[in-house]
Structure formats: C-alpha cells, structure tokens
Design a protein around this ligand. Structure first.
Ligand SMILES: [Zn+2]
Length: 154
C-alpha cells in the first residue's frame, strides 16, 4: 500500500529529514506491525532524528507541530506497541514519566534531575557488579542503570 498523504502529512514530511518513508515501513513490517498511517507518521517523527529519548508528551507535541493529527492516547499506545516489539526501549527514571529510547542497544543513562534530561552512557563505561540471584522460575532480562546527576553547589 502506498501512502496517500493528505496535505497536512505532506507538511509533516517537509519538516522531517534523513529517514525515508519506506525505511519506517520496512521497520514496522519487520516486527509484524501493520504500517497504519498513524504508526508511519509517529515512526517517522521518532526515528528520523537519530538516537534520542522521548516521553509521550514530547512526541505528541512534535506530532502536533508537524500537523500529524493524533491524540495523546494514540501516542501512548503507539509508544507501548513499539516497545513491545523491540523498536523502542522504555527507560525507568521515575514513576511519573516514561521515557522511550530509540536506541535499543545495550547502554545506560545519566539523568539530569533539574532538566529531566537523559544522556546515554556507553555500557563499557559502567561495570555492574555481581548480579543478584533472581527468584525461582525467573531469569534476568536486563539490568538498567540510571545515574542521577545534580548540579554541583557553587
Ligand atoms: Zn539511551
């Protein structure tokens, strides 16, 4: 199916560079997600800018700015769907906000508390000590490390 973009979608495409439409489509197909118009548009916005960390609110704002007609609920659902199939990684920072990472390779994060900003730490820079023994019947899926930063007092 070739996308037949409405005028608003064309505007959205003009705002984005670097990631051809068919790449997003291929990405979605590869993980078994139907490339609906909304997934395509959100995938385009998400993946066209390289590795980054977004919240649902940030992506919603970008979509609105790019004139992509989606609701915040759709953005949430899409982010969770993308995470379930491994296109995104959820980063647990605190209970109030979920951050989604377009870099799904193994790495850790600095979290700058006063800016609510995540910065990647290469996994080679952090050595996780002895992993705990998981409860009976479980295995460790992965270990997340978030190093929280605050500004030094002057
Ligand atoms: Zn990251």
């Amino acid at each position: 199916m070739t996308p037949a973009p409405a005028q608003s979608a064309q505007q959205a495409r003009a705002d984005l560079t670097g990631c051809p439409w068919h790449d997003v489509k291929a990405k979605l197909r590869e993980v078994g997600l139907r490339p609906t118009r909304q997934r395509m548009a959100l995938g385009w916005i998400l993946f066209a800018k390289g590795d980054r960390h977004v919240t649902a609110e940030m992506l919603y704002e970008e979509a609105t700015h790019a004139k992509v007609p989606v609701s915040l609920a759709t953005v949430y659902n899409t982010l969770h769907q993308f995470t379930e199939v491994g296109l995104l990684r959820q980063v647990a920072v605190d209970g109030s906000k979920a951050y989604f990472d377009t870099n799904n390779s193994e790495h850790y994060h600095f979290f700058i508390e006063d800016r609510h900003d995540l910065i990647d730490i290469p996994s080679s820079d952090v050595v996780v000590g002895k992993a705990p023994t998981p409860p009976e019947g479980y295995e460790i899926d992965r270990i997340d490390v978030v190093v929280r930063l605050r500004r030094k007092p002057r």
